[in-house]
Design a protein around this ligand. Structure first.
Ligand SMILES: [Zn+2]
Length: 291
């Protein structure tokens, strides 16, 4: 099996069981644990869905139930690959992203408890090891949103394994919305608008960049991460290019100059970025800011 160009590590993200999106969590990145997990995923007797298998572009979908390649959700997830690539200026990869779909939450919960006992309860999650990219999910009401989110992680990690935690989540939140919403996450807009009205929110990219463990990420952080990504992709061509250039650089050199420093240096002519992000959210949420 070909090795991915990342350290031996397990990187996992999952959608919270409750409303409020996803929590990104990384298991202890012990070098010894990754091969064990990777090997476990291909073991025949470990309860992974195997009744049907469909390939759609980069996706290999394994399900407990018959699933047609032309299923609307399969087509949507396959199309998401092009959207992610074009929005972020990234190449597409042929590296498989495996989607394991369980027919019931009971089957899924039992599998997770057996295979990933240290993971908190999640509706769906993404795991990256040094050899595989995998998504696990139970078929339930929010499956489309969850799979758009987790599959986005797969597409991004296939080409930018070292994407920073906050940006990884901000991008996944951007693409988990229905395509017709064009990246607008109404839940996050409402959440941050409430914070603005309370006077308890000020965007702070340095703070987001300092987050290194999924357990540190709160609902506020997910919402703000989405907001910065939306501001970069949906306001001016310069900001969009800045994000694309950063991703291209971090793909080659994970230690490259952080996005916050680039924004300060290259976009400072237009004012303080945090204030602009705040105004952007206020406009989206219909909040009148005091002058
Ligand atoms: Zn995530």
């Amino acid at each position: 099996m070909e090795k991915r160009p990342i350290p031996a590590a397990v990187w996992a993200c999952g959608a919270l069981m409750t409303a409020g999106g996803c929590a990104h969590l990384a298991t202890t990145p012990l070098a010894a644990s990754a091969p064990a997990v990777a090997a476990s995923m291909v073991a025949a007797a470990d309860g992974l869905p195997d009744r049907s298998e469909v390939t759609a572009g980069q996706l290999v979908i394994h399900a407990d139930f018959p699933i047609a390649g032309q299923h609307r959700l399969v087509r949507e997830l396959d199309g998401l690959r092009t959207d992610v690539s074009q929005e972020l200026g990234l190449p597409v990869s042929d590296e498989p992203v495996h989607l394991y779909l369980f027919e019931s939450t009971e089957r899924y919960d039992a599998f997770v408890a057996r295979r990933f006992p240290s993971f908190p309860a999640r509706r769906a999650f993404f795991v990256e090891t040094d050899t595989t990219l995998s998504v696990f999910a139970a078929w339930q009401d929010r499956i489309a949103e969850d799979l758009r989110h987790e599959t986005t992680h797969g597409y991004v990690h296939a080409v930018v394994p070292a994407v920073p935690l906050w940006l990884d989540e901000g991008i996944a939140e951007f693409f988990e919305t229905p395509r017709s919403d064009n990246g607008l996450h109404r839940g996050h807009v409402a959440h941050l608008a409430g914070r603005l009205l309370e006077g308890t929110w000020r965007p702070d990219l340095d703070r987001l960049e300092s987050l290194t463990a999924a357990g540190e990420m709160s609902q506020d952080h997910y919402a703000e991460a989405w907001c910065w990504v939306h501001w970069l992709l949906r306001t001016t061509p310069e900001r969009r290019t800045l994000l694309q250039d950063y991703l291209a650089d971090v793909r080659r050199d994970p230690q490259c100059r952080p996005l916050s420093a680039r924004i300060r240096h290259e976009l400072s002519q237009s004012g303080v970025a945090a204030d602009d992000v705040k105004r952007h959210l206020a406009a989206l949420g219909g909040v009148a800011l005091e002058r």
